[in-house]
Design a protein around this ligand. Structure first.
Ligand code: FUB
Length: 335
């Protein structure tokens, strides 16, 4: 049997350290609001549920918002911003959230299981980027699966990207409809795509039916389900760089953060490479934001909990682009 990793050594070699250590945090969605950097993470806890491929051990109940000091890079925890007990439609598993701003209001998007144990995506509204947020009475109609990420384009239009396979239930949907018999495509078939839907002006609903986000290879072919090193699993994110749209995501069971580039928010996006090599812990999930004139990758790992996959810590590290706009990938514990 292989020796367990030496977490102290890995922590020393790591390219960044946890932003907070008094709680476990994961799935960081970062935004600059009112000139300040805010991070919207999951709040990991040990719910005492054994590990399984369905992700039942991720039994999170609430959300905390973090902000980061621009001088020291120290993070402040602003406390509980939303609790599952305050969301009328939700039952459990408050997974990866995001937040967007419009006209001075802050819209906090989050997935959770509904009364039928299907993942849905809800929205809660606040006056302060740090919360608290007041949930809408029902989930966003037409929403499903997990990992909402909301991108507001330069023209003010907002788009939600979402979806995740396995425990995230995306494989149960075709044409936005659930069927118990639906499963993942065959290995040689086109991979399941993340989804995108434009939001209404009030940010509370889908303005259109969700569409598939196509990720193509260099020959213009859709990535296949068997292309585990490149195909989408979960953790959608969209950012814009030099007028191009960068869609990034996790490959799940192969543990990479990859990206693909397109010309508009709907895609298609052409696969462009890896942003982050595997971290300690099964999951990998990230966001990308520009702050203080630099570009940053926000991500998580399980070093602090010595490898407990559902007890993760949010980190941030600078990323750079080459002259062609390619992201220079990071190796989390050095070469
Ligand atoms: O945190 C729970 C789930 O783990 C997220 O929704 C996924 O993206 C993965 O990070």
């Amino acid at each position: 049997m292989a020796n367990p990793p030496n977490y102290q050594e890995l922590a020393k070699k790591a390219i960044s350290q946890p932003l907070v250590t008094h709680i476990y945090t994961a799935d960081p969605s970062a935004h600059v609001f009112n000139g300040k950097l805010y991070i919207y993470p999951s709040h990991d806890v040990d719910a005492g549920i054994p590990f399984n491929d369905n992700g039942d051990h991720f039994g999170m109940e609430d959300y905390h918002v973090l902000s980061v000091d621009e001088q020291t890079l120290e993070a402040t925890d602003h406390g509980v911003a939303l609790h599952v007990a305050d969301v009328p439609w939700a039952t459990r598993q408050m997974w990866a959230p995001d937040c967007a701003e419009k006209n001075g209001k802050f819209y906090f998007y989050f997935p959770a299981r509904d009364q039928e144990q299907r993942f849905r995506i809800g929205v809660a509204v606040g006056d302060d980027p740090a919360g608290p947020f007041v949930p809408q009475p029902n989930y966003i109609q037409g929403s499903y699966s997990i990992d909402p990420a909301v991108f507001v384009d330069d023209d003010g239009e907002a788009y939600m990207y979402f979806g995740g396979i396995w425990g995230g239930q995306l494989q149960k949907y075709r044409n936005n409809e659930w069927a118990d018999g639906n499963e993942l495509p065959g290995k040689d078939e086109a991979a399941l795509c993340p989804r995108v839907a434009r939001l209404t002006d009030d940010m509370l609903a889908f303005a259109e039916a969700p569409r598939a986000v196509l990720i193509l290879d260099a020959e213009g072919q859709e990535l296949t389900e068997g292309d585990n090193d490149r195909r989408f699993f979960e953790a959608s994110w969209l950012h814009k760089y030099n007028g191009k749209y960068y869609f990034s995501y996790s490959t799940g069971d192969t543990h990479y953060i990859c990206y693909a580039i397109g010309d508009n928010p709907y895609g298609p996006f052409t696969y462009a490479g890896r942003i982050l090599e595997p971290v300690i812990g099964w999951t990998t999930h990230h966001s990308i934001a520009q702050w203080q004139g630099k570009w940053w990758l926000f991500y998580h790992d399980s070093i602090l909990s010595e490898g407990v996959t559902h007890l993760r810590s949010v980190k941030m590290a600078e990323i750079r682009y080459d002259a062609e706009g390619r992201i220079l990938g990071l190796v989390p514990y050095g070469e």
